[in-house]
Design a protein around this ligand. Structure first.
Ligand code: ASP
Length: 328
């Protein structure tokens, strides 16, 4: 190749690369896959909700939304990662009520749960269930509590780390019973469920998105739901409120966040894709089978999520303090 030809070829290549870059930029957000961090293990309730969002939102956005499970320390490892990520719309998170409990339970938390994130919107509010391994002698909720009172500290329960929904639910339940029991922490209730199925610990309080199928298949025993009303996916289960623990109510709300400072274009597109996912018939059908429904569209937006989170941080901070619960 002569030096003139070489110069022409490299000039043409440089021009092509530059125009590709301009074109890619002009295409706007999103022009590459999006990472959706789930701060809990794969196969658990948050993972289930997040994967349904990822699939549906990916279609609306025209890009893959890839779920990345970063579990551990009640979700604080994954959320710290999101807080530190570039606010470009290519790293987002789905997490739950534990975002509101973390400040009260983790004094060394390296991020501010409200101010280090941009809210995208709420997703769903998932009821929880009290379940046990099949080998327990109790056959209903009254018998379960009689067993628990007799067993006391010998009983064992599983949870997804300090401040996770499964941990809080069990703590509140045990507080009402009047004693605490040593819990076994996992990176999410996906792996905890595997150990419950194998009979490695006695009981767990977990979301219907993780327990419904196993209760129906008779692989674990379901005793009661934690909401004030019964849940259609597990119609045989009474509420804790109407049976052994009057006034008891816990459920796990899920929502979507991004690192603080997202460009408006990315926020608008993510909110629109989230709202479309919550209207997606496939999502609605899967949610129904798991005992939940999408939130109203008016809540799947940034401002209502931010104010809800602020209120929840305050509410749970007071509950945790009053209960004398300590994190790390
Ligand atoms: N549901 C779990 C919890 O107890 C977390 C998860 O694995 O999704 O908070």
């Amino acid at each position: 190749m002569t030096s003139l030809r070489r110069a022409l070829v490299s000039g043409a290549l440089a021009f092509a690369a530059a125009s590709f870059a301009v074109h890619a930029h002009a295409q706007g957000y999103p022009n590459k896959p999006i990472t959706l961090v789930v701060p809990a293990a794969a196969g658990g309730p948050t993972d289930t909700v997040a994967r349904l969002m990822a699939e549906s939102m990916g279609k609306t956005l025209g890009q893959s939304v890839i779920v990345d499970n970063t579990g551990g320390a009640g979700g604080t490892i994954g959320m710290a990662r999101v807080a530190r990520a570039a606010p470009d719309g290519y790293t987002i998170a789905v997490w739950h009520i534990a975002q509101a409990t973390a400040p009260a339970l983790y004094p060394d938390l390296k991020y501010d749960v409200v101010n280090d994130f941009d809210s995208i919107g709420r997703i769903t509010d998932v009821p929880m269930t009290l379940v046990s391994k099949n080998a327990l002698p109790s056959k209903n909720v009254t018998e379960f509590f009689a067993w628990l009172r007799a067993e006391k500290a010998k009983a064992t329960y599983g949870h997804a780390g300090i401040g996770s929904a499964s941990h809080l639910c069990a703590l509140m339940l045990l507080k009402d019973v009047g004693f605490q029991v040593e819990g076994v922490g996992y990176r999410g209730t996906g792996p905890a469920m595997n150990d419950l199925l194998a009979g490695q610990f006695d009981f767990m309080c977990d979301q219907t998105t993780n327990t419904t199928g196993h209760i129906k298949d008779g692989k674990i025993r379901g005793y009661a739901v934690t909401t004030k009303s019964k849940v259609s996916s597990v119609p045989d289960l009474p509420t804790l409120d109407s049976t052994v623990l009057p006034g008891f109510e816990v459920s796990a709300w899920h929502a979507m966040w991004a690192p603080k400072g997202l460009p408006k274009e990315a926020t608008d597109k993510l909110v629109a894709a989230l709202q479309a996912a919550l209207k997606d018939p496939k999502v609605i059908e899967r949610f129904a089978g798991l005992g939940t429904v999408p939130v109203d569209q008016s809540l799947a937006q940034p401002a209502p999520l931010k104010s809800y989170l602020e209120a929840e941080v305050k509410r749970w901070g007071e509950v945790i303090k009053a209960a004398g619960v300590k994190g790390n």
